[in-house]
Design a binder for this molecule. Structure first.
Ligand code: ZN
Length: 209
């Protein structure tokens, strides 16, 4: 069997099952899903495929001990009751959105903890690095943390395809960066440009419209 399973694998099994309808119109759809799972991924049934895929989805769960504890997915940052079916379903939905983005763009926006780390390191570098190049990198690291938060929302809420790229986002944030680190912001502007009024003053979120 192919491992690790991707969302693209699940989609191609479903597509293949639809095509099998032409050859086997008399079979129930569940049987065609089973056949497609065998042919495309090499598992014994669709049920087995689904179980294996759930393992992939839940492989980064942090599950604390104790009743009524809240689990945390370190991949998509979703928090939920892992023993409660409707919550599992919501997690899977959100998690699949992040898998889709990661498979298409080869990029997963940082979780809250990862972003805090980026900001901390970024500020330290922007304030203390000896070389101007490293200070620029520090400021870009801070901006990356904000970008990831904005992009994270766009993935969760399903409008990531319209969200600006990191490069464009930096240009939109330049007016704000100038108030923080004017000298470094000059260099950032040379590289990324400067776009006014696209992100509201005082905000780091790209407004989805
Ligand atoms: Zn998740």
């Amino acid at each position: 069997m192919k491992y690790p399973l991707t969302l693209a694998d699940i989609h191609s099994v479903k597509r293949h099952a639809k095509r099998l309808k032409i050859k086997f119109p008399e079979l129930p759809h569940t049987k065609r899903l089973d056949m497609a799972s065998v042919e495309v991924v090499g598992v014994r049934s669709y049920h087995e495929l689904n179980c294996n895929f759930e393992k992939v989805i839940n492989q980064n769960l942090d599950i604390p001990n104790g009743p009524r504890s809240v689990s945390h997915c370190l991949y998509c940052d979703y928090r939920f009751a892992a023993d409660y079916k409707p919550d599992q379903k919501s997690h899977r939905e959100i998690h699949e959105r992040f898998m889709e983005v990661s498979e298409q763009l080869n990029y997963r926006p940082g979780t809250y903890a990862e972003r805090e780390r980026m900001k901390q390191d970024g500020y330290h570098q922007a304030d203390h690095a000896e070389q101007i190049e490293d200070r620029v990198d520090g400021l870009l690291m801070i901006t990356r943390a904000w970008f990831d938060r904005s992009f994270h929302d766009a993935v969760s809420d399903g409008y990531w395809k319209r969200h600006p790229s990191f490069e464009k986002y930096v240009a939109m944030m330049v007016p704000h960066l100038e108030t923080m680190y004017p000298a470094i912001a000059v260099i950032v502007t040379e590289r990324y440009g400067r776009m006014l009024g696209l992100i509201p003053k005082g905000s780091t979120y790209w407004p989805m419209g």
